[in-house]
Design a protein around this ligand. Sequence first.
Ligand SMILES: C[S@@+](CC[C@H](N)C(=O)[O-])C[C@H]1O[C@@H](n2cnc3c(N)ncnc32)[C@H](O)[C@@H]1O
Length: 219
Amino acid sequence: MTFRRQTLRIAVAAVAAVAGMLVAAQLLPTAHAGGQIPAEFAGVTAPVPVPVDTSAQDSQSLAPYVPTPQVVVDRMLQLAEVGPDDVVYDLGSGDGRIPISAARDYGARGVGVDIDPERVAEANANARREGVSDRVSFILGDALATDVSDATVVTLYLLSSSNLKLRPILTNQLAAGARIVSHAFSMGDWAADSVETFNDSRGNPRTLYLWRFDGQPRP
Ligand SMILES: C[S@@+](CC[C@H](N)C(=O)[O-])C[C@H]1O[C@@H](n2cnc3c(N)ncnc32)[C@H](O)[C@@H]1O
């Protein structure tokens, strides 16, 4: 092998390693089992396709961990008109920021559900730090197998395909009048009652969907 060819190989390997780190840091959108994750999910404005091996991904995974920026959390809770009488469930709750904000800033009760034990431990620590452990709880489990019947508000930052899996569960369990707010992803042919689009503090476009549940089960 010539010196030039070896240098080229090293350069290509270095570029691949940097791309891998950016994906790991969620600065670039990644692929998932159902195809490319929309750029909006990774908080960037232009899609940069980076194929990754998803064969080891847990089949129960509804979405990778990407936190919602706090400014967007606030808009979600305001859109749902969360107040002290509400019980806010975040399905796929990550570090717990949505239930914690609902309790700390709106006086609601919060419940988070996450399949990743590390996220649940982090969320519990965050709730303690914010002084809301008495009004917030986190369940380690699968959102698809969680009883959400006492929720008055459900928040989601999953994928469209995951929202569709949750749709029959939500519409069978929630009481009429419950609100569902989804960050970035719609729910198939169930038209949202309102759709809000705005730019976050970094100038990235964000879309929020709000459904006011009418009591009709939907498949
Ligand atoms: C995009 S993050 C959203 C985190 C948080 N809701 C937020 O908006 O900041 C999706 C979260 O869903 C969790 N998750 C993925 N599949 C799940 C499942 N089947 N049940 C519960 N949580 C799940 C992931 O571990 C991750 O923390």
